[in-house]
Design a protein around this ligand. Structure first.
Ligand code: SF4
Length: 291
């Protein structure tokens, strides 16, 4: 749940999911729509699907336990190198480091070297004995992440109170490395075409052009082409919609019609049982002003 998302954002979702499902087995028996509904608003919905697939594999193949080999863990849906190492350290106390943005920043500051010049896997290998001497590997994995988020922060690290400042080259150096900035991707413009009817319904379909939402229900969406007018559609408004590091500009068009292409289905603008992603809900709100 925490992939690409801050802890404070995840907490209410985590509480909702763990309140609803008390065991891995009960979670593994839920439907995709149910987990997506609980996830609604958190974004990156692939995580929810992968979590569900993984829970099914763990209950069926591993008796609800996490396997101990990194190869098996990495075979679970949605688990890459970072998550596999985090799980190995946190669950099995293995001597590994989960290298995320926070950990990279801490390590690069300690040696005062730009992140893009460091081979972090080699760094861990070379410093293996020092890093894992306490055998509290699980605490180390968690501690490093927290340390990067709370003390060695991207902006204004709390160096004067930091227990590592005696050994930190960044702290001692007069020529400190610069922090790596989080970059938003460039603007992308999309035209969104909404069929609506007098019953306050909107037509949605799956398999659209937005790759990160392609499996969800959206109106027709196309990348905006210069000099191409959409005469048969009425323009409603333009607005910005940022999704994680993507900056989107949406041009919204609509048409009242009772006939829709066969790939579309009608959805109420007010209440739906099926999961609707936040991106689509925002479209609902814009279109609702027509009624
Ligand atoms: S002294 Fe400052 S830069 Fe160095 S590890 Fe501590 S908080 Fe980070």
């Amino acid at each position: 749940m925490l992939q690409q998302t801050q802890v404070k954002t995840v907490i209410p979702y985590f509480l909702k999911v763990t309140k609803r499902f008390k065991t891995l087995r009960s979670f593994s028996n839920c439907t995709e729509n149910e987990i997506l509904k609980l996830w609604e608003g958190l974004g990156y919905y692939r995580r929810a699907r992968n979590l569900l697939k993984t829970s099914k594999i763990l209950t069926k193949k591993y008796n609800s336990r996490l396997p101990k080999s990194i190869v098996e863990i990495k075979n679970l849906p949605g688990v890459g190198n970072y998550t596999a190492n985090a799980l190995l350290g946190l669950v099995h106390n293995k001597p590994v480091i989960a290298i995320d943005g926070n950990v990279k920043r801490v390590l690069s500051r300690i040696i005062n070297m730009q992140e893009n010049k460091i081979d972090f896997n080699k760094f861990v290998e070379v410093n293996n004995e020092k890093l894992f001497s306490s055998k509290r590997n699980s605490d180390l994995v968690e501690g490093l992440m927290e340390f990067g988020a709370i003390i060695c922060k991207p902006k204004n690290p709390i160096c004067n109170d930091c227990n590592l400042n005696n050994n930190c080259k960044y702290f001692k150096s007069s020529n400190k490395i610069k922090s790596v900035k989080f970059r938003m991707k460039k603007n992308k413009n999309y035209d969104v075409f909404c069929y609506i009817n007098k019953k306050k319904q909107i037509a949605l379909k799956k398999n659209n052009e937005l790759s990160f939402l392609s499996k969800f229900s959206l109106p027709e969406i196309r990348e905006t082409k210069k000099n191409k007018k959409n005469n048969s559609w009425k323009f409603l408004k333009s607005y910005r919609n940022n999704i994680s590091n993507k900056k989107l500009k949406i041009n919204l068009y609509y048409k009242f019609s009772n006939k829709i292409p066969s790939s579309f289905n009608w959805y109420s603008l007010e209440k739906n049982e099926e999961f609707i992603p936040t991106f689509t809900k925002k479209i609902f709100r814009q279109v609702s002003i027509l009624f």
